[in-house]
Design a protein around this ligand. Sequence first.
Ligand code: ADE
Ligand code: ZN
Length: 332
Amino acid sequence: MSNRELINRLPKAELHLHIEGTLEPELMFKIAKRNNIELPYCSVEEIRSAYNFSNLQTFLDIYYKGAEVLQTEQDFYDLTWAYLQRAAEDNIRHTEIFFDPQTHTQRGIAYETIVTGIHRALQDASQLNITSRLIPCFLRHLSAEDADKTFDQVLPFIHMIDGVGLDSSELNNPPEDFAAVFARAREAGLKCVAHAGEEGPPEYIWGALKSLQVSRIDHGVRALEDTLLVEYLKENQIPLTVCPLSNLKLKIFDTIADNNLLELINAGLFVTVNSDDPAYFGGYLNENYHALDSALSLSAEQIIQLVKNSFEASFINDSLCQKYLAEISEHE
Ligand code: ADE
Ligand code: ZN
């Protein structure tokens, strides 16, 4: 069997996926139309051709604008359901989805509208044989006070979520600023994750580990610049959710061949592969694996290990994890 076929057939988990980053231009137009919103684009092609980014911020500016079409619970349901259908095509069996409450509450959309729309679609995902977890992220370009107020809105609906995350513009927005709200989240029994070491320095990975007490690092590719940090991540087997096509489009690395995924693996780190914002970065999960395989000539064993890692780094319980690992072993 070719590696391509192996990748397509293997059951996979996705652990780093922003639901707003799955908004395809076709759905953006459809939702804009029913909400009477005028888009600054005339066609789907024009939107796609605007997706040329020079760094994280130039992407975020366009991405937050795109998310403005989302207004009703049905909009959030449709967005999530479209992603889940696409995920099923990639044999994704488990997904841990991020969403950015403040992107929407800042525009007057109630937190309840957002979370219930997404959660309802995740419940319906049993029809697709997909399990899930849901993780609201705080926007780090906004203040810690704003994150705290957002967490007040999250609490009445805490049964719908599993953790909290931290995303948006990394540079000059260190994790330590959000220590208090993450402490509240931990006290409420939530898991913690944070984007760190995407554009930001290794110190931000240390900050996420020490101040926020995260159990996974989103991206983390700059960890290799700090040997003590590499040692810590290895010792504690802290998962890194690496996103190769995202790294390419946001110019973290010039080419997929330049991505340091193999160096991270060879350093003994716990690496997973993810799609981040697939509607904006030109590929869903399998395309991320295909791109890596083409550029880095992965072995079948490496592909299988990455897929196993995706379940082992997830927030599912042990028995469900064992069930998925048994499904993978049918392909070994
Ligand atoms: N929000 C959506 N995608 C992101 C990324 N790659 N980094 C930081 N914030 C994000
Ligand atoms: Zn991300």
